[in-house]
Design a protein around this ligand. Structure first.
Ligand SMILES: Cc1cc2nc3c(=O)[nH]c(=O)nc-3n(C[C@H](O)[C@H](O)[C@H](O)COP(=O)(O)OP(=O)(O)OC[C@H]3O[C@@H](n4cnc5c(N)ncnc54)[C@H](O)[C@@H]3O)c2cc1C
Length: 353
């Protein structure tokens, strides 16, 4: 019998199993699908911070991007580019497949109850976590529906940039994206509403008639659960709502959380997981949540005004120096440390109260 039962063979569950193995703790991962990584879970865009957790990104990266082009509701463009590569676009299912090497995974096994004899049971089974329901954890209260098409890149889009589109027309409460892989574009958005209607409208407006090669979708938690440890059961990854509210990215945060959980299991103290998570991870997510709430309160006209302010060279320099997809606190601190930059933002301060 394994020491730890992990329900869900996504990135959080598999990475946890790997971390446990390095500590000499046995685990078994139950995954309901017959193949890891399928259906594809997401866009697979990750900052270089991914290298904190894996040493095989070269094997699974389809493309690397140097920056992003941001589009305002009225079509203003802000480009933020660094000289070096900024993020990886992964050949997505390969991440799960590589993570699972050397791990005990039972495929095609859907878990419906918690009758396991192992010392710990971990729910790494996504936003709609069965483990969370069975163990009686509090609900994830806010989430969005993410939807993405993969289409051929007919040479219309450079491979060096992702494109992010803001505004209520295409993605109220979030943004729409166009992400280039080696030969394709991943085009998607997240909304609290009919995602297909919004995505079809977006694709028609920005790309015209396209051939859809693949469609993926899922719930994206916008806030972590208020509790994710109960006796010998813990949740990790999307199951715990451990996702960045700014971008909806959950792979990096899920792995960072799984690393803490593995240490807690090694210490035989699941409470260490929650305590350490609140100290090390939550502050970044809280910064992200404030940014998300702030953006969501702005009208399209106000978002356009922010784009005007972003033309300021000094602000762009600070963003490029301190911006980090996974750690928004660095940028917030840098901006707050330059009060003269805040003058332009005074009209928006009302939203921070
Ligand atoms: C459209 C979209 C685009 C996204 N893009 C990105 C991105 O570019 N970068 C990023 O970092 N994040 C992105 N995300 C978020 C990212 O997909 C998740 O945060 C990440 O997949 C969470 O990993 P996880 O292992 O916690 O959960 P999941 O990936 O949801 O894995 C859970 C696993 O548990 C299995 N499972 C569920 N219930 C059971 C059960 N009862 N028994 C057995 N197995 C079960 C499921 O089959 C699944 O394999 C995106 C999400 C969406 C919807």
């Amino acid at each position: 019998m394994a020491d730890v039962t992990i329900v869900g063979g996504g990135t959080a569950g598999l990475f946890l199993a790997r971390e446990l193995k390095t500590k000499g703790i046995s685990s078994v991962v139950y995954e309901e699908h017959k193949e890891l990584g399928k259906p594809i879970h997401d866009t697979g865009i990750l900052s270089k911070n991914l290298d904190e957790f894996i040493d095989f990104h070269k094997k699974i990266t389809l493309n690397k991007v140097k920056g992003a082009r941001f589009y305002s509701p009225s079509g203003k463009v802000v480009e933020l580019t660094r000289k070096e590569d900024e993020a990886y676009i992964l050949d997505r299912d390969k991440l799960e497949k590589e993570l699972a090497k050397g791990i005990d995974v039972e495929l095609g096994k859907r878990v419906e109850n918690l009758n396991f004899k192992s010392k710990y049971i971990i729910g790494a089974d996504g936003t709609r976590s069965t483990v969370a329901k069975l163990a009686g954890f509090p609900e994830i209260e806010t989430w969005l529906l993410g939807l993405q098409y993969e289409i051929p890149n007919e040479g219309t889009h450079e491979k060096d940039f992702v494109e992010l589109y803001f505004g209520r027309e295409f993605s109220p409460g979030f943004f729409a994206w166009i992400v280039p892989t080696d030969k394709r574009l991943r085009v998607g958005l997240a909304v609290n509403g009919n995602a297909k209607e919004f995505l079809d409208k977006f694709v028609k407006a920005k790309l015209g008639k396209v051939e859809i090669l693949e469609t993926i979708g899922g719930l994206i938690p916008m806030r972590w659960r208020s509790q994710f440890v109960k006796e010998n059961v813990a949740l990790v990854g999307d199951a715990a709502g451990q996702v960045k509210p700014t971008t909806g990215g959950g792979i990096y945060i899920g792995m960072a959380s799984a690393r803490i959980l593995a240490s807690a299991i090694a210490k035989n103290d699941l409470n260490f997981y929650e305590a350490e998570w609140y100290e090390k991870i939550m502050p970044e997510l809280e910064h992200g949540l404030k940014i998300r709430n702030f953006l969501n309160m702005l009208s399209d006209r106000e978002i356009d005004k922010i784009f005007d302010l972003l033309q300021n060279e000094k602000i762009r320099k600070i963003i490029l120096e301190h911006g980090d997809m996974d750690k928004p606190s660095k940028l917030v601190k840098a901006v707050l440390g330059n009060p003269e930059l805040l003058i332009g933002y005074l009209p928006f301060l009302k939203y921070l109260w």
